[in-house]
Design a protein around this ligand. Sequence first.
Ligand SMILES: [Zn+2]
Length: 419
Amino acid sequence: MPKIYIVDVTNRDGVQTSRLGLAKLEKTIINMLLNEMGIHQSEFGFPFTHHEKNYIEANLELAEMGVLQPIKLSGWCPMRAEEIKESFKSGKLKNVNLSISTSQLMTEGKFSGRIVRNPEENPAVPNLLDIMTENVQLAKSLGAEIVGVNAEDASRTDDEYLVRFALRAKEAGADRFRYCDTLGYDDPFTIYRRIRMIAEEVKMPIELHCHNDLGLGVACSVAGAKAAIDGGVDAYINTAINSMGERAGNADLVSVILAMKKASGLAGKYLLDEQVDLTKAWKIAKYASYAFGVPIPMNQVGVGANAFAHESGIHADGALKNRRNYELYDFEELGRGEPEIIDTGREITAGEYSGIKGFRNVYDQLEIEFHNDKEANDILELVRYANVHTQKPLVDDELRFIAKYPDMARKIMTMTPLR
Ligand SMILES: [Zn+2]
């Protein structure tokens, strides 16, 4: 039976979003936490963008070292030869999604006649099908192992063209077809019909990339995944932690996992990648909230403050008698339930102006020891830079990462603007 995998796009869609951003160290920690959570793939950035280069390379090196394993790291790239060549220049990148708009509206609105959709429309002008084929073949020739072809605005693209485009992508050697509901226009019923049709006609794994403009991002993602499976192909759901993504956001990571594991029509009937470890949900949601500087709403699915809170008489009484009366799943399943210790007395934090004594104290608390003064001073210097880099107090996972992989931390934080 085909399976459902998760491709998290927080480090790509999340960071490109207006008013949202992450430092490269924070993006790295997100990759580490996604890996710990057993997530199949992280779309971890823009490999052709100059200020991402060191971060991209260092994360690929961490993968080679076995640290960022088994998660697959993949880049996002527009379908332009120049950017694709740039992305594969280091020889380290293995996986990529190549994106181009397929709807009549966007093709006309964005390319204004310079590119047409079909060769029949105007043979004198480049067409999408040939451009896509050339770019997929280029990426493959540069060493790409998994190439996903993204149909941007797929939900506003007519059926016939989508199938034609996906068939050509398969023919060109692409491994997956990404159906982008770029504007969140689909509903669970429309996306089910369309994905089922594409799955049956194209017979190729399908990625679901759903936005939340109508509040349907998670619903459409799981409906689309069900359609892919019913149509006989694997599904890859694109998610974002705490739904951080363009405008109203992407399908929330934790909600998608819960829907697949707990919804009446999905649980036990559709196979979610068994590597996914929901008990890491609480940790990853809290870290992303801190790193983005965006609080988790009180009523957030699974990880909100009220997700397991009861007050009204009948509910509180019922929940106390048997949690299943008013709780669909257990808080322990999400890694909740441990008390959080907040220091109310003296606290030493590590920052850009820290000195050696305070720094030693911070690492003593983490039970990390240094072999000699030179090592301690080297790590202290990196911690100072990391704080300049993130502009907020470093958390334990960041401090541990720096102490354990100082060379990687140095590389990730090094950015030199082009002249
Ligand atoms: Zn998107």
